[in-house]
Write a protein that binds this ligand. Sequence first.
Ligand SMILES: C[S@@+](CC[C@H](N)C(=O)[O-])C[C@H]1O[C@@H](n2cnc3c(N)ncnc32)[C@H](O)[C@@H]1O
Length: 247
Amino acid sequence: MSLYYSDNYVEIYHGDCRDILTGMPDDRVSSVLTDPPYTDRTHDKARSRSHKVDGRDIIKSGITAFTAITEKDLRDILTECGRVAERWVIATMDYRHAVEFDQNPPSGLKSQRVGVWVKTNPTPQITGDRPAQGWEAIAYLHRAKGRSRWNGGGKHGNYVTKIAAPEGHPTAKPLSILEDWVAMFSDPGETILDPFAGSGTTLRAAKNLGRKAIGVELEERYCELAAKRLAQDAFDFEALTTVNGGI
Ligand SMILES: C[S@@+](CC[C@H](N)C(=O)[O-])C[C@H]1O[C@@H](n2cnc3c(N)ncnc32)[C@H](O)[C@@H]1O
């Protein structure tokens, strides 16, 4: 585990988020905004696009790959996120996990809402024998203690956007979604954590909006990608037009 990049707003650690989380004090950050890898369960029906290494699924998506995590890991890591975050823990995930966490949240958290991200250019169903999935669930979890608040008033937490343009990471999330999360679920000057930072979309969104951010990424090649993105002076505008909200 090592500090890979830092500037006035952002720190990126190269390593396993479980190690970094264990060393973090309670309430170290305001909120966690993250996009964990899919679990083995999600990939159970997608073997044609994945294979196993050391007994774990490797997600293959064209140019590159990263490991899946287990359902237990996901619950344990979100529990730790709830310990180090004072407010929100928000994560994209397979709808089955989102429903499970809605009914039985990770320890120390409560479920406030399950949202959806509908993709306007989803990956086609490779087998052709059923409709493609085309959407992901969003678990809006909050620290069990304390009143939740956000900056969105009565608006919804659903998104309709294109999948982000490939930038060297197979599952980079749309910057517009992360910027909306940052604006809605944190205030200027607060610190956001992304334990699965990937290409650094959350970190870039936080920096764009004047928040501090801590990112953790297991793979050095993605740390490098995120660091390059963060080091750009100009704001990182999305290559593809996105349609935010709308349903
Ligand atoms: C779905 S991707 C996140 C993509 C990111 N939202 C973006 O826009 O680029 C999940 C990332 O978590 C990383 N990862 C997987 N297990 C990890 C762990 N235990 N600790 C830290 N990072 C991990 C993977 O290498 C991958 O880059």
